[in-house]
Write a protein that binds this ligand. Sequence first.
Ligand SMILES: *Cc1c(COP(=O)(O)O)cnc(C)c1O
Length: 363
Amino acid sequence: MKLKIPDAVLSIAPYVPGKPISALERELGVVNSIKLASNENPIGPSPLALEALQTVFDGLNRYPDGGAYDLVHKLSEKLGVPPEKIVIGAGSDDIIGMLTRALLLPGDQAVMPKPSFLMYDIMVRSASAEPVCVPLKSLAIDLEEMAARISSKTRMLFLTNPNNPTGTGITKTDFERFLENIPEEVVVVVDEAYIEFVRDPDCVESIGYVQAERPIVVLRTFSKAYGLAGLRVGYGIMPEDMALLLHRVRQPFNVNTLAQTAATAALDDHDFLEQTLNLVHAGLDYIGRRLDEMNIKHFPTQANFLLVDVGQNADEIYDRLLRKGLIVRSMTSYGFPHYIRVTVGLPEENKRFVDALEDVLNI
Ligand SMILES: *Cc1c(COP(=O)(O)O)cnc(C)c1O
């Protein structure tokens, strides 16, 4: 290519998503496979969301509501947050992109935990800014070190609560102490993609900290607990002046009609959410118990997935599980060469996973 490609773009490591079931079946000829790799809701989408979708097909010749009025107002009511503080995105990924486009100049720095969600790194580099990665400490985000790495170039800082891929939470006490050390010019982005699954009562929910004087942005998504990953819809809660900045760089029709309709209806589907949380928590307990019986080390989690220490090369275990029709994530590229990450599935899927692992590890 004769094009002059920006170094920042060349520095981006392409995102590798969890393998889709169709790809596994195509590549290895495995049938009946299950995916426990992308922290999706195993039950399916919210039935109320599916029902609401039926009502909007006829209107798909029209552009979506660019302001997502119904969804914004439903969220406002539910969360007790003024509509002016809510920005809707095509997944929370979209909000991360708006934040980095609106707020970062080339050469600015953004502090982030590592390993954590890869989109922070990708979006920061896309803005020609510099990710400053802070290693986890005992699988948890090292808040002290994150604060210590702030420099005069730092504009943004990412926290993930609970963290992906480790499932660790941030306590209220630690979060408040951390905020005291953060200069007001640094935007603190708290990604709460898994907040609905949290069981630890000490774990912080940060929406209450979003005030005009404090640039805090909370990210939430419909991709996990609400079962709408395929539609791409999420949101950010932030001070109003920051929301106005994000609207400037937002694509005017970033969230399609189906996504808006389904998300609005899903917020009313209390039964579905309850069923999801019960299933995930029971699944975590079941997997944990079985792994304990097999003397396989695993780690406490506040999310809908867990890290398992397979005690040997995780890529190999991943591969052997794949051949049995089980898609999980190897954590080798995240710096954990012996760990796999498994999303909680349906009861029979969880059983199939543990049985397969038992078999593969020859226990
Ligand atoms: C899954 C996930 C998201 C959700 O991304 P969407 O774009 O809303 O699907 C965000 N953050 C983390 C840490 C995640 O694991």
